[in-house]
Design a protein around this ligand. Sequence first.
Ligand SMILES: [Zn+2]
Length: 87
Amino acid sequence: MKKTIIFLLATLCLSFALFAKNRSTLDFKSTALPTDTLKKDSTDPVCGMKVKAGSNRTILYQKTVFGFCSESCKKRFSQEPKKYIKN
Ligand SMILES: [Zn+2]
């Protein structure tokens, strides 16, 4: 009886370990993507709205990641990026 319990516990621990491993791999992958996650809170260059860090609605332009509040702002920026960037 005791052996069965230990076996069950070991199996449980192992599946938890595997679960945790898969999770961390996924997390690593999502943070490793270079261009499409906003690293810090930013401002939408088109309309001036705040965009939270972690947003995937972004464009990498001239080595800078720009975040957008909506797909329409993103589209407007992608058509004429120079219009919205102050140099
Ligand atoms: Zn916007």
